[in-house]
Design a protein around this ligand. Structure first.
Ligand SMILES: [Zn+2]
Length: 292
């Protein structure tokens, strides 16, 4: 389960936080955002990060608020990075811009209705009230999660007819020599509407009579089943045939950050991969592919 954190911003930085909420950034920041396939970035002073920084992971929930105020927003972490140069680019007018070198990226922000005091009372930190990152007690949100119904995977839209994809599917099964769990494959394809998880990539199968696109996708087991890897969502990706082949031939890999695509020389290809809802690749599977 993702963890939750509370970032308290000093009162004199509240303007910066409001700017962040509006999503108005300078050109340099927009370039960085584009590179990381995100829409928002929040920088943290190196003196304010503490050891909690290391605990933050992709998909963790972060509340951002101003000291003792009720101004709050929530973001789900899409990427975390430390970069000594970003502070000067993102906060060119800040006095301490050289000291701002830890960054959290978000795809979207949401309004938060939880009060400052509720978050404060459920924080682990003893230094509460001070600027910086604070960890929220697991008991607090795990209770809430239990009450929430699990995310329902979208109802299957009609799949392309067996005639069109049947042969390719059969061939692949022969190659792999394993029968994959057909329900999981179906569910995952439906979750992504048959679109490749690589950002801005899809494979058009046909245009229907209303000229709407229908897509074609394949499910790739990131660690091969023939190596006794899991036939489970944490090892499955929805890809177009090109990207499927590139992963099969071990030309491309997923970086440890879980987002960036790298080639077999470890260089970024400029592509990123996106995950929907609660689907995520198990970190052990990412590590395993990088180790071999
Ligand atoms: Zn693709």
């Amino acid at each position: 389960m993702p963890n939750q954190f509370f970032i308290i911003v000093e009162k004199n930085d509240s303007g910066k936080l409001r700017q962040f909420k509006i999503g108005k950034f300078n050109n340099e920041t927009n370039k960085i955002l584009k590179k990381y396939d995100s829409n928002y970035v929040w920088g943290i002073h190196k003196g304010a990060i503490g050891s909690i920084w290391n605990k933050i992971r992709k998909n963790d929930k972060v509340y951002l608020t101003v000291q003792r105020e009720n101004f709050k927003i929530i973001g789900i972490v899409s990427k975390k990075t430390s970069n000594p140069n970003f502070g000067e680019l993102i906060y060119p007018t800040a006095i301490d811009k050289k000291q701002i070198n830890h960054f959290l990226f978000f795809d979207k922000l949401e309004k938060c209705s939880i009060s400052y005091h509720e978050l404060k009372n459920n924080s682990i930190s003893k230094l509460f009230g001070e600027e910086g990152i604070h960890e929220i007690k697991k008991e607090y949100y795990s209770e809430k999660v239990k009450k929430v119904k699990p995310v329902k995977i979208k109802k299957l839209k009609k799949l392309p007819s067996e005639k069109i994809i049947g042969q390719a599917e059969r061939r692949r099964r022969n190659v792999e020599g394993f029968v994959r769990n057909p329900t999981k494959v179906k569910n995952l394809k439906a979750l992504y509407d048959n679109k490749c998880q690589i950002v801005q990539c899809d494979f058009i199968l046909e245009y229907n009579s209303k000229n709407e696109k229908k897509f074609y996708s394949e499910v790739h087991h990131y660690n091969p089943l023939k190596k006794r890897a899991d036939d489970d969502y944490g090892n499955m990706l929805v890809l177009c045939p090109n990207h499927h082949a590139e992963f099969d031939f071990r030309v491309k890999f997923i970086h440890r950050d879980g987002i960036t695509i790298i080639n077999q020389n470890g260089k970024e290809t400029g592509e990123t991969i996106k995950f929907r809802d609660r689907h995520a690749l198990d970190i052990k599977n990412i590590e395993k592919q990088l180790e071999e």
